[in-house]
Design a protein around this ligand. Structure first.
Ligand code: BGC
Ligand code: CA
Length: 344
């Protein structure tokens, strides 16, 4: 028996050595094979669908440069549990870098554990984990934008419009009556945009009066419903609609269109993002302006980082803040600059 056991152990051992040799000879570590696994909170999000389309394009460009690229994309349908399963599945399928847009940005621990166990780095994007979670492991990165900047820019756009057009103050009471349509509760962009846009109006000495705010979860249809309620409550008193993103600004416009408001009776609408539909609405003078959330810049940074993390080359060229953050600047978009953004 002992002899048999020893023999068996010997076979296993030599197989191990052979396997190891095969690996180290033919594929030391396949630095040129970049297998990207993407999971995002919800496949019906307009902004993220465009960002991910741009990420694909950016990654595909590396194929010509001697890299073998493959991308697997999963939408989590708003469920954190589903997203955790997707991360497992992506790692099991051989992904060697992950791009994660968290469903619940306050709850990434399970996902971080899964990635750390298999040493697969994570690039979080758009929905920023809190700083303590980003410290859980040194192979965690974040690509996004400064929410405060978008709120300030939306506020500055509003100030410019209010100061240049006395008709915005429809009831001529010297104050601007406004409503806010907010993204998801707990999302850094919703909270901070809503605060900083109002701060900016105040700091420019614009007299404002808040009539209502409503959470519409970044969603056009929900924003339309919220807006219909606000209109039934305040009728013609609303002079300015501040939406945390373009889809919700468009939902607000949908509400007014549904009620057959004439153009001259409409409030001023402002969004954030510069999605295709948002830019078209700026071009058509339906949206007074938006703030460009640089999805192409974010996608390019994610692709560059993903390739650098897998290949081990090019990390030194990437400019991080605090070693793991990449923030792309926002830009103001009005009718006079919209063409430039439409060509991006
Ligand atoms: C965008 C929204 C988007 C959200 C998703 C925000 O930065 O402005 O349009 O729905 O991210 O997390
Ligand atoms: Ca007024």
């Amino acid at each position: 028996m002992r002899m048999k056991e020893m023999l068996a152990a010997g076979i296993v051992l030599s197989m191990g050595i052979q396997l190891f040799c095969a690996c180290s000879k033919e594929m030391p570590y396949e630095e040129n094979k970049v297998y990207v696994g993407v999971t995002y909170y919800n496949q019906s999000d307009t902004f993220l669908n465009q960002l991910i389309a741009s990420l694909k394009e950016n990654l595909q460009e590396y194929e010509g440069n001697g890299y073998e690229i493959s991308i697997l994309i999963r939408g989590a349908g708003g469920s954190q549990r589903t997203q955790e399963d997707q991360v497992k599945e992506l790692i099991d399928s051989g992904c060697n870098v992950l791009c994660v847009n968290l469903v619940d940005r306050a709850d990434p621990s399970e996902i971080i554990d899964l990635a750390r166990e298999t040493d697969v780095p994570i690039i979080f994007f758009n929905r920023e984990p809190v700083a303590e979670d980003m410290m859980q492991w040194d192979r965690l990165y974040y690509v996004g934008a400064f929410a405060e900047q978008s709120g300030i820019m939306q506020g500055e756009l509003a100030v410019e419009i209010i100061q240049s057009d006395p008709l915005v103050d429809r009831n001529k009471d010297g104050k601007i009556q406004y409503v806010i349509l907010e993204g998801e509760a707990g999302h850094q962009d919703a909270i901070i945009r809503s605060e900083s846009v109002v701060e900016t109006l105040k700091s420019h000495e614009i007299e404002i009066e808040k009539l209502s705010n409503g959470i519409a979860n970044w969603n056009r249809a929900q924003a339309q419903n919220q807006m219909l309620q606000m209109i039934s409550q305040h009728q013609n008193r609303i002079e300015l609609v501040l939406a945390n993103n373009d889809d919700m600004a468009l939902g607000a416009i949908d509400a007014y269109e549904k009620l057959n408001y004439t153009e001259s009776a409409l409030p001023v609408f402002l969004g954030v993002d510069g999605t295709d539909v948002g830019l078209e609405a700026v071009r058509d003078s339906k949206l007074a302006g938006t703030v460009y959330n640089d999805k192409e810049g974010q996608a390019e940074a994610m692709a560059e980082l993903a390739v650098a993390l897998v290949s081990g080359t090019g990390m030194e060229k990437i400019k991080f803040q605090d070693k793991k953050y990449i923030y792309l600047p926002y830009m103001k978009v009005t009718k006079s600059s919209v063409d430039r953004f439409m060509r991006r």
